[in-house]
Design a protein around this ligand. Structure first.
Ligand code: PEP
Ligand code: MG
Length: 559
């Protein structure tokens, strides 16, 4: 009988295959009497295990670098740093000194740091997966257990696991693995990020019921709808057919001739090939903070310059929009000394940090971007989390100052097309003024919805409120588009809303000039743009805007 389990779709693709379970290595037998433990022998075993773990991580980093790129592979450096963390190694040595064998001491020493990370909010909590990964590696080495060779799974495997660590996911061969599903994890966990860059269908956070699905069962993973279907029948298999819309590299217009640009969002350079393959008309959002995450120090000016040139060169003649560093909130950077905030989403995020404590990083990034603009065509730059005109004015002044500085140094530079993200109610209310200063506005509906509806984008308990179809959000989008056009700015959307093909007609009707979305949905959205008629889309948008509730909006869209 077909059973359907729901979770969170991580890669909007569908795959079917045979279950292979990846089980953890943390079950240890009871520790022996402390008096019988040879402390020196156990300390030596721990030291040898750390050395071996370092060697493995070095090898795995090299392999991952070839397959998913340098930025993603940098996670292994973070794992090596955990191995050298004196708080952890000190606790292991103390526990061994108290008479615990090395494996038990490792398990105990990691407990508190893992629990501390789990207690935090957002993506910091997901770093607990990295710590677990390091712990499990040490336990496997110390207990001499065989590791499941995730790089050598049979063709058509559906991998199930409690949680997959970044190093596990990076080893997966996308040609052999038809999909994976995990009990735990969120959309922004590293496993999910890797899965998306490798294009592997994935559903995370399915919960305990997944544990009941045994090895060898046939399972379909639908990362689009976030469901895992055990023993799929013919109706369930139709999902496989629906997944493949033909790719077109041509730009698209509505049936009555209104052009709409369909670009892609990327976080890492390793994703570029996939984005080109899916036929994107450029990049509408390059989340440059990914160049800064999971490493020990920031990328320098030359490394960033190379990254921006590489991104723009993948799309000759098409626009590539780099967003300046957007850290804080759910994206802390370990080497930046930022104070703890009780409400980080309302704290020092995005442009606030770039104009404040991270001014040096901002200057380096702008130098790299202006140099890259001189080298390649069509690079654009936008600023995140702007809430008021003064912030845009200050950011534009920084750009001019950096341009002068480079000119004084005799370095080639050019000022890119400059834009602002509309992610706060403040920016939506002053969109007219922003649009007269900037060349484009790009609506970030993930944050805009969170702030308009006062509903965290990460809290499942208010997920119903975090929906851009609520009239207040739709009206904020409408006023932004109108204000942008009045100020002669083009207006795009790069939040997740842009990637839902069911909403393409509405967005065309709201007047958006560009939609930027994850690469895998580019073909579907292009097809929807080509199908719709701009005149009737406008009519649909007018009706949706006059609705008083989300339910009314939904029934208008369904009708
Ligand atoms: C957004 O907020 O909609 C957006 C695109 O930015 P991010 O998801 O990176 O915060
Ligand atoms: Mg945002």
């Amino acid at each position: 009988m077909t059973i359907e389990l729901s979770g969170i779709g991580a890669t909007p693709r569908v795959g079917v295959g045979t279950v292979v379970w990846h089980r953890g290595t943390t079950d240890l037998s009871e520790p022996p009497d402390p008096k019988t433990v040879d402390v020196d022998e156990q300390l030596a075993a721990f030291e040898a295990a750390c050395e071996r773990a370092h060697e493995e991580l070095t090898d795995e980093r090299e392999r991952a670098e070839e397959r998913v790129g340098d930025d993603e592979a940098a996670i292994f450096d973070a794992h090596r740093a955990f191995l050298d963390d004196p708080e952890i190694t000190g606790s292991v040595e103390t526990a061994i000194g108290n008479g615990l064998p090395a494996p038990h001491a490792v398990q105990q020493a990691f407990e508190d740091p893992i629990a501390r990370l789990e207690g935090l909010e957002g993506s910091t909590a997901e770093r607990a997966d990295d710590l677990r990964d390091v712990r499990d590696r040490l336990l496997r080495i110390l207990t001499d257990r065989e590791r499941t060779d995730l790089g050598d799974l049979p063709d058509g495997s559906i991998l199930l696991a409690e949680r997959l660590a970044p190093s596990d996911t990076a080893r997966l061969d996308p040609d052999a693995v038809a999909g994976f599903a995990t009990l735990f994890g969120g959309r922004t966990s590293h496993a999910a990020i890797f899965a998306r860059s490798l294009g592997i269908p994935a559903v995370v956070g399915v919960g305990d019921e997944l544990a009941q699905v045994g090895d060898g069962r046939e399972v379909l993973v639908d990362g689009e709808d976030g469901v895992v279907i055990v023993d799929p029948d013919d109706a369930a298999r139709d999902r496989l057919v629906g997944a493949a819309t033909a790719v077109t590299r041509d730009r698209v217009s509505t049936a009555d001739g209104r052009p709409v640009e369909v670009a892609a969002n990327v976080g890492t350079l390793a994703e570029l090939d996939g984005v080109v393959e899916q036929g994107a008309d450029g990049i509408g959002l390059f989340r440059t903070e990914f160049l800064f995450l999971d490493r020990d120090s920031p990328p320098d000016e030359d490394e960033q310059y190379d990254a921006y040139v590489e991104a723009a060169s993948a799309f000759p003649g098409d626009r590539v929009v780099a967003r300046t560093l957007d850290v804080g909130g759910d994206k802390p950077i370990p080497y930046i000394d930022a104070p703890e905030e009780t409400n980080p989403f309302l704290g020092e995020r995005g442009i606030r940090r770039s104009l404040g404590p991270d001014a040096d990083l901002f200057e380096t990034q702008l130098r790299a971007l202006l140099r890259a603009t001189a080298e390649v065509d069509d690079l654009a730059v936008m600023f995140p989390l702007v809430a008021r005109v003064e912030e845009l004015d200050a950011a534009l002044l920084r750009v001019e100052a950096v341009a002068e500085e480079l000119a004084d140094e005799g370095i080639d530079r050019a000022i890119p097309e400059l834009g602002v993200m509309i992610e706060t109610p403040g920016s939506a209310f002053v969109a007219e003024e922003l649009a007269t200063r900037a060349e484009f506005l790009s609506i970030g509906t993930n944050d805009l919805t969170q702030y308009v509806m006062a509903a965290s984008r990460e809290n499942a308990r208010v997920a119903d409120l975090h929906d851009p179809l609520h009239p207040p959000v739709l009206r904020a989008i409408r006023r932004t588009v109108e204000a942008g056009h009045e100020g002669d700015a083009w207006v795009g959307m790069c939040g997740e809303m842009a990637g839902d093909p069911e909403l393409t007609e509405l967005l065309v009707g709201l007047g958006l000039d560009e939609l930027s979305l994850s690469a895998v949905t580019v073909p579907d959205v292009k097809a929807r743009v080509a199908e719709c008629d701009a005149e009737s889309a406008r009519d649909l948008a007018e009706r949706a805007l006059s609705a008083e509730t989300r339910d009314e909006v939904t029934s208008i869209l369904e009708g």
